[in-house]
Design a protein around this ligand. Structure first.
Ligand SMILES: O=P([O-])([O-])O[C@@H]1[C@@H](O)[C@H](O)[C@@H](O)[C@H](O)[C@@H]1O
Length: 271
């Protein structure tokens, strides 16, 4: 892929995410080596190869920027003002089970803000991207603005993780609340695509607990949702930066309030 040194940060995020997505697509369905990271968590050779492809693009164009990447960790000064945040294959479990629900995340944090980000879907070819003010999807070489679903037009919600795996609040516990079932319908996907789909009007909301404590998973999605005008907070209703400690990304304030209320009700039941 040609590197254009004068391209904007947002365009660079798109180019880098597309480079990672090409690798993910190419290796799909193959028998891949795995590296265990923790109990039940692993990276495949596709995660590693996609990350290398993304970092090659970023380093060629912006050699002075710092990077935090899911598989290879941090490079650059700890307090660097510009840091790229990379999750090369979000949804590794889906991918390893030959399920085409994965996303590739590249975001730039400049100071306190995410000023450029892209989430690529390797299998649809779509790239959701933002320059910090606009939220767009690139498809077949053209860009269209993202429009979240208005009001209660949609009931589909991604609960992540979709299984109740520990005591305390877990998103899947909402399934036991009749108030949830009356209004919403649960869906499962990779966290990366799920958050982008809220911005794109394909999901009413995404709810997760605190099991994803790092910024590589959510930096792009939170920036996309904010630029598209969605309501994004932590489980306490306060704006999050990274998504650590849980996240509610909802198409609008009213849907967000309804979910926050259900989350609080569930948390009270659990305590
Ligand atoms: O680790 P990864 O494949 O990049 O991302 C995964 C997310 O897509 C998924 O939504 C979440 O439930 C998993 O815990 C995991 O973190």
């Amino acid at each position: 892929m040609p590197i254009i040194h004068g391209e904007s940060d947002a365009q660079l995020a798109v180019t880098a995410a597309q480079a990672g997505a090409a690798v993910v697509r190419e290796l799909y369905g193959r028998r891949l080596a795995r590296r265990e990271k923790a109990a039940g968590d692993f990276a495949t050779a596709a995660d590693l190869a996609a990350e290398r492809a993304i970092l090659d693009v970023l380093r060629a164009a912006r050699p002075d920027d710092a990077v935090t990447a899911e598989e290879s960790g941090d490079t650059g000064a700890a307090g660097a003002r510009r840091r790229w945040l990379v999750d090369p294959l979000c949804g590794t479990l889906n991918y390893a089970a030959q399920t085409m629900l994965v996303g590739v995340n590249v975001a730039l944090r400049a100071g306190a803000e995410v000023t450029a980000a892209a989430t690529a879907d390797p299998f649809s070819g779509e790239v959701f991207w933002t320059d910090g003010t606009r939220a767009l999807v690139r498809r077949d070489g053209g860009d269209a603005e993202l429009t979240p679903a208005a009001g209660s037009a949609l009931v589909d919600v991604n609960l992540d993780p979709p299984y109740p795996n520990a005591p305390g609040f877990r998103p899947a516990l909402l399934l036991a609340d009749p108030g949830f079932a009356e209004r919403f319908r649960p869906r499962v996907v990779s966290s990366t695509l799920a958050v982008a789909w809220v911005a794109a009007g394909r999901r009413a909301a995404y709810v997760t607990d605190g099991h994803l404590a790092d910024s590589v998973h959510f930096a792009a999605g939170i920036a996309l949702c904010r630029a598209a005008g969605c309501t994004v907070t932590g489980l306490d209703g306060e704006p999050p930066y990274t998504g650590a400690g849980g996240l509610i990304a909802a198409a609008d304030a009213e849907t967000h309030a309804a979910l926050l209320d259900l989350v609080n009700r569930q948390a009270r039941r659990g305590s």
